[in-house]
Design a protein around this ligand. Structure first.
Ligand SMILES: [Mg+2]
Length: 432
């Protein structure tokens, strides 16, 4: 039975609820409702003007209602009198077809119809910047190879430990934190879970990191490539598919420890990668990470081509261990719900068509990628949007209403960028 929010408010001392949803651009929106109103809000939902968010609606549309999912309740660890709940969006008595959490729930239901459940873990990288500037907050964090730098990590102990303690309290099972490959960049890992749980936690994690950083006078950013010469922020996802408590991706007889089911699912992800990139790499800036030049540290750690391998981080898909694969495509800007929805849609299509990923390619793609015939990832957001448009399987599986709304807004995004006059153009073209 679902949790009763009225009772939870009384028992846990919750004074306010954030009734929250993530729109198509990954923006977290909310209304703050006093606990005295949560009974009605749970039934009728909190009202929003859809056009005021990125959901491809019009000002003439009726009220959009956000109905909280009580099972997603999280008390803000840094302000426990506030309870955050993920909400599902409704309009005119129907679920909003393009709402990201709804898109994911439909994919989960489609998997469930086949007796399958996808479990995932995400690795969210982020930078800690000075509050009001485009600059790394720690002036001493300047090493060329700054990955795992203990000194730089411990100078941020207060923030990192506060976030990790919070995850501990929330029962997420955090297990490690580190300084990542770029100066000012960090990563925090917690246990994998069912796709919807991971998506809600991923959405909340971003909000939590930003909030706690702000409380410490800093700014956290998940922007894919905030500094041209440094490694960007990825959001690697570890994927497995389960049936009745058994991991179907595991095969102890296989050289890499992965089953035919894993290969077919992964084959689907590889087959649809160009279109998938429109979701996993959703911003103009995203393509400066996956198609980036070599960074100060010596590697971008991001893929450029659609290939897979064993335990080799230069490919788009890696098999780090038996029973799962890691997809290294998505970046910090990815919508937590659309990441999971896209992977599930592509993977299920792969299973349905017994997609063959071919043999693993165990070469260093950064140095020898040019010697093999491999499909390249889209060069920019426009290429990715066109690939998604052309991918009928992905589009119809995720839903035409969603695809149409997403593509319309993202094309507007691209058009705004294309109209923008950059300093690079002025520098290189004034003397034309
Ligand atoms: Mg990492």
């Amino acid at each position: 039975m679902a949790l009763d929010l009225v009772a939870a408010a009384k028992e846990r001392g919750i004074r306010y609820f954030l009734i929250s949803f993530v729109d198509l651009f990954g923006v977290m929106r909310a209304k703050l409702a006093p606990a005295s109103a949560i009974r009605d809000m749970s039934r009728a939902g909190a009202g929003f003007a859809g056009f005021a968010t990125w959901l491809d609606m019009t000002p003439a549309d009726a009220d959009m209602l956000a109905i909280p999912d009580p099972d997603s309740l999280i008390q803000l660890p840094w302000k426990p009198e506030v309870g955050w709940v993920a909400a599902d969006l409704w309009m005119g008595g129907q679920p909003v077809a393009q709402a990201p959490r709804g898109v994911l729930k439909r994919q989960i239901a489609a998997a469930k119809d086949k007796g399958l459940a996808m479990k995932t873990g995400v690795e969210c990288e982020f930078f800690l910047l000075e509050a009001g500037a485009h600059a790394i907050a720690d002036g001493a964090d300047r090493a060329t190879k700054s990955c795992y730098d203990q000194g730089a990590l411990m100078r941020r102990y207060d923030i990192i430990s506060e976030i990790c303690d919070a995850m501990q309290t929330l029962g997420w099972g955090p297990y490690q934190n580190d300084h990542e490959d770029a100066n000012g960049q960090f990563e925090m890992n917690w246990e994998y879970a069912d796709a919807l749980v991971t998506a809600d936690r991923h959405a909340f994690f971003k909000y939590m990191v930003k909030s706690i950083a702000e409380n410490h006078g800093l700014r956290a950013t998940f922007m894919p490539k905030p500094f041209a010469n440094l490694t960007g922020s990825g959001c690697h996802a570890h994927v497995s598919v389960w049936r009745e408590g058994r991991n179907l991706f595991e095969d102890p007889e296989d050289e890499l420890g992965i089953s035919a089911t894993c290969r077919h699912f992964m084959g689907g992800v590889l087959r649809h990668a160009e279109g998938l990139a429109a979701l996993t790499n959703p911003t103009v800036n995203s393509y400066k990470r996956i198609n980036g030049a070599v960074t100060l540290s010596g590697a971008t750690w991001a893929p450029g081509s659609i290939t897979w391998a064993g335990n080799n981080r230069t490919h788009m898909v890696r098999i780090p261990d038996a029973g799962r694969f890691e997809i290294r495509l998505a970046d910090g800007a990815v919508n937590p719900y659309l990441l999971q929805a896209g992977l599930l849609a592509a993977g299920l299509a792969g299973l349905a068509g017994s997609a063959d990923p071919g043999p693993p390619l165990d070469i260093n793609m950064y140095t020898h990628g040019g010697s093999v015939q491999a499909r390249r990832l889209p060069a920019n957001l426009l290429d990715a949007l066109r690939a998604f448009e052309a991918d009928e399987t992905l589009r119809s599986t995720l839903g035409e209403s969603f695809a149409t709304a997403y593509l319309r807004l993202k094309h507007q995004d691209w058009a705004a960028y294309a109209r923008h006059l950059s300093s690079w153009e002025l520098e290189t073209t004034l003397d034309a």
